[in-house]
Design a protein around this ligand. Structure first.
Ligand code: AMP
Length: 190
């Protein structure tokens, strides 16, 4: 299986690049943010809990996310490979992902780290907020999300360097230019 962790700060283009990767490589896509937003819409117990964290720009607790991911992963058992978008966001989540994939006889193939300057991230997220209707795409919540990213999520870079899975991708430029770099990185591990 070709399992890709697409990584980067909020606004780094993970969702956009995931859509293009799916078309090019025929992979399945798991976005924990999308799954949580669907749970909120369906007003499930998990959705109600998650809503409180998401609207403040904080992370949903690891246990809830890991349980949720395990269920989604089981529904993709026959897949050629999966893009993990927005997961893992903490070291415990990364360790849980490795364990879950190893138990299924596979592993993370590569972690693609989309590197984008902070001012550009804020501009992209504010622009998206004008059309997305997302409760967390406003300046105050964007700032919390970026702080959470720096404190809790960015240490995953070191984790994946140690695992020998980290590939930096320059995330500035047009969507097509960035996708060209993403494909080069994927073709190196395929
Ligand atoms: P995203 O759509 O990936 O930007 O995620 C939106 C929000 O959902 C985040 O700001 C978190 O509140 C929550 N979320 C998504 N994925 C995770 C995760 N792996 N761990 C914890 N919280 C998450």
């Amino acid at each position: 299986m070709l399992n890709i962790v697409i990584f980067g700060a909020p606004g780094s283009g993970k969702g956009t690049q995931s859509e293009l990767i799916i078309k090019e490589y025929g992979l399945d896509h798991i976005s924990t943010g999308d799954v949580l937003r669907a749970e909120i819409k369906a007003q499930t117990e998990l959705g109600k809990i998650a809503d409180g964290y998401i609207s403040k720009g904080q992370l949903v607790p690891d246990e809830l996310i890991i349980d949720m991911l395990a269920k989604v992963l089981d529904s993709k058992a026959d897949s050629k490979g999966v893009i993990f978008d927005g997961f893992p966001r903490t070291i415990p989540q990364a360790k849980a992902l490795k364990k879950m994939l190893n138990e299924r006889g596979t592993d993370v193939s590569v972690m693609l780290n989309l590197e984008v300057e902070e001012a550009e991230l804020i501009q992209r997220l504010l622009k998206r907020g004008e059309i997305s209707g997302r409760s967390d795409d406003n300046l105050e919540t964007i700032q919390s999300r970026l702080e959470v990213y720096h404190n809790q999520t960015s240490p995953l870079k070191e984790y994946y360097i140690t695992e020998n899975k980290h590939t930096a991708v320059h995330g500035m430029g047009t969507v097509e230019e960035i996708f060209g770099r993403v494909c080069d990185a994927i073709n190196c591990v395929k």
